[in-house]
Design a protein around this ligand. Structure first.
Ligand SMILES: [Fe+2]
Length: 236
């Protein structure tokens, strides 16, 4: 299957708040054929948006949940990294106490999951999941290892660029963004239909973290910075 944009018949309007009448699947990413919404958006009950509705509380977070290298007896193999950034609204204001969750493959490109059949080793010292709340400046911070690329069955010789999955919850269950963070300079970008399903090249660049020497900790871990800007409507 070709992954070139020329083959992509989907056209999105400039307005990011596109409606359900716009096709949002992506031909190169096969499972979007079944996953992409093809019915009008449903409005959730008002009570789920209310500030006094069900939310996540701080008690659900362990102080060490954001260190994926410290969840077992030993340290995981791989390149130790710090991934940090701020969750902001469109006006650059910090979004505090947002629940940021991550999951990722280990350094060999293998998930600890029963459906991951990639013949790469599991790491007994790496589960690959973490979470934290953003602080008063909207900042999150994780310590982990750089995930490896892994093959997937989307098309012939398909490999995912190294990435970390992110989920960001606001203060209600209805306020959630799920996305992926990538690493700069990955040679697999051009071949990945998930990365390229974001049609706007400038928007795609926003999915790529920045190597940050100022975040890099001497003789310990490389640093990457990745900010997330949420549309105002998500958190209002
Ligand atoms: Fe993944």
């Amino acid at each position: 299957m070709s992954l070139t944009r020329e083959d992509d018949p989907v056209v999105l309007p400039d307005d990011p708040s596109f409606g359900p009448e716009v096709q949002i699947d992506y031909p190169g990413y096969r499972s979007t054929r079944w996953r992409a919404p093809d019915r009008p958006l449903a409005t959730l009950p008002e009570e789920l948006h209310r500030p006094d509705g069900p939310v996540f509380g701080e008690h659900a977070i362990d102080p060490f949940d954001n260190d994926l290298t410290a969840q077992h007896e030993g340290e995981p193999l791989g390149e130790r990294i710090v991934v940090t950034g701020r969750v902001l609204d469109e006006d650059g204001r910090a979004i505090r106490n947002a629940l940021v969750e991550v999951w990722q493959a280990n350094a060999a490109g293998r998930y600890r999951h029963e459906v991951d059949l990639h013949p790469a080793p599991l790491d007994p010292n790496f589960s690959g999941a973490g979470r934290c709340l953003t602080d008063g400046e909207g900042r999150y911070r994780f310590v982990t290892v750089k995930p490896g690329a892994y093959p997937w069955g989307n098309h012939e010789n398909a490999w995912r660029p190294a990435h970390i999955h992110f989920s960001i919850f606001g203060r209600a269950f209805t306020q959630r963004l799920v996305t992926q963070m990538y690493f700069p300079g990955d040679p697999l970008f051009a071949y990945d239909p998930i990365f390229n399903s974001v049609r706007d090249p400038k928007a795609r660049e926003l999915l790529v973290a920045r190597f940050a020497i100022e975040t890099t900790e001497p003789a310990w871990a490389l640093g990457y910075e990745w900010d997330v800007v949420l549309r105002r409507t998500l958190f209002e």
